[in-house]
Design a protein around this ligand. Sequence first.
Ligand SMILES: O=C(O)CCC(=O)C(=O)O
Length: 274
Amino acid sequence: MAADRLSPEEVARYREQGYIVPRYRVPAARLAAMRALLERLIAENPGRRPEHLVLRWGGGVAARPTDAAFLDHARDPEILDLVEQLIGPDIVLWGSHVFCKPAGHGLEVPWHQDGQYWPIRPLASVTVWLALDASRRENGCLRVIPGSHRTQSIYHHRLDERPALAINQVVDDARFDEGRAVDVELEAGQLSIHDVYMLHGSRPNRSDQRRAGFASRYMPATSLYDRSIAFPGGSAGIKQNMALRPIYLVRGQDRAGNDFSLGQDRPFQVGDDG
Ligand SMILES: O=C(O)CCC(=O)C(=O)O
């Protein structure tokens, strides 16, 4: 069990607020490896916005693809210990996404709830968002509406396809009050965790400092990753096909009949639209 596991007060705060910044920090060597890999991912994908670096592992968890640093982090027992405290002992890693906002022209992530376009039933998931760079108000840190997850409902969203937005699903609901927003500022190597019902977003990056974060998505294995209801036409404006994505049981047992074999025979790639 990680030395920095969440205290009962932190778990209670997560339940109350829908997000938390744990004390845990990623070891410097891993952070350096992930940052080096990020440079490579960006260089190898010149046609893709760096806010859209969805990672599709494939090859099986045991295959350890060359690009192992991100996967190692997502499966790190210390990270899973934190996740377990929030969603229980049976854990599925079902998605990973690097949101890199370049200095000067990083895209806005409009206010949204993730659960609006995620094919998980019953809907339950947490995102571990690791700061690969310092993430501050000036360079477009994550922003949340504390407590907004407590309705356990999906607010009304509308489609907004402006290219200035990193995703095209935008909350449009009378219950939404941006005046209650809180900036989640992090040093590189720190992480935040947020609930699937949490309203969140981030401003554009007009500063001279890049802002990159690596988001890993986990669901309890009591939920089904339901490929038949994956959001049609690419998910949230990002080229990704959630129906075909390989998912991984990273701890405990599957309790919902999840399909862990689909997609495992395909190699790691950035973007899973194919
Ligand atoms: O990185 C960001 O600014 C947004 C992240 C986000 O929307 C998410 O992790 O669900």
